[in-house]
Design a protein around this ligand. Structure first.
Ligand code: G3P
Length: 226
């Protein structure tokens, strides 16, 4: 399963890329607004695309198909690895077909049902982004949606990739992998948690302290011999 980082924070993107952990980036207007300050938007987006060797999702703000296509084409001109994020609306599906016809990758976002995911695949979406955490928030099983989409896409051989979004904790990530999702997009705080395990930390401390004790013992024995 590929891992994308779900943030617009350049420091976190660069850190994760340096660690070799990520295959792409997803952003949305809320994430960009959080970190951009008064930076030039285009310049900031370009820096994100330069920071990772893989697709970077940039979202349109327009709501009509024509404007989405216009904005999408403009955003796609920032760098070769830009993928345009459009919402799963009627206009979004129209824009998806048109952007794909222009050879531009499309990530259809805000997906909350298997029927929506099927329509996005039929429209030629490169990625479908089902939001598991937000479904869990309203007492639905977010992960059930991922399993349903996996089955539907496999039934018909769609090559749209399932990009699990709104991941809130490591178990979401593990379940997505067990279902066979193609990609998980993970916020930095959750990504770093994947590495941590108390037994790893305790084990490492024990190895280092045992080694140190053995070295001290060796030094004492040598000293006694001299
Ligand atoms: O990128 C969109 C998605 O991952 C948002 O997650 O936590 O705001 O539901 P969240």
């Amino acid at each position: 399963m590929k891992i994308f980082i779900d943030t617009a924070d350049l420091k976190e993107i660069r850190r994760a890329a340096r660690a070799g952990l990520i295959d792409g980036v997803t952003t949305n207007p809320s994430l960009l607004a959080k970190v951009m300050g008064d930076a030039d938007v285009r310049d900031y987006m370009k820096q994100i695309t330069d920071a990772v060797n893989g697709p970077v999702s940039l979202e349109v703000l327009a709501t009509s198909a024509d404007s989405m296509v216009e904005q999408g084409r403009d955003l796609a001109s920032i760098a070769d690895n830009v993928v345009i994020k459009v919402p799963l609306t009627e206009d979004g599906l129209v824009a998806t077909r048109q952007l794909r016809a222009h050879g531009i990758g499309v990530n259809v976002t805000l997906c909350f049902s298997p029927a929506q995911a099927l329509l996005a695949a039929k429209a030629g979406a490169t990625f479908i982004s089902p939001f598991v955490g937000r479904l869990d928030d309203i007492s639905h099983q977010g992960m059930e949606l991922i399993a349903q989409i996996r089955e539907i896409y496999d039934n018909y051989g769609f090559d749209t990739e399932i990009l699990v979004a709104s991941i809130r904790h490591p178990l979401h990530f593990v379940e997505a992998a067990m279902i066979g999702a193609d990609i998980a997009t993970v916020p930095p705080a959750v990504l770093w948690k994947f590495i941590q395990h108390p037994l790893t930390e305790r084990g490492l401390e024990a190895f280092l302290s045992d080694w140190e004790k053995a070295q001290l013992q060796l030094a004492k024995t040598e000293e006694a011999k001299a």
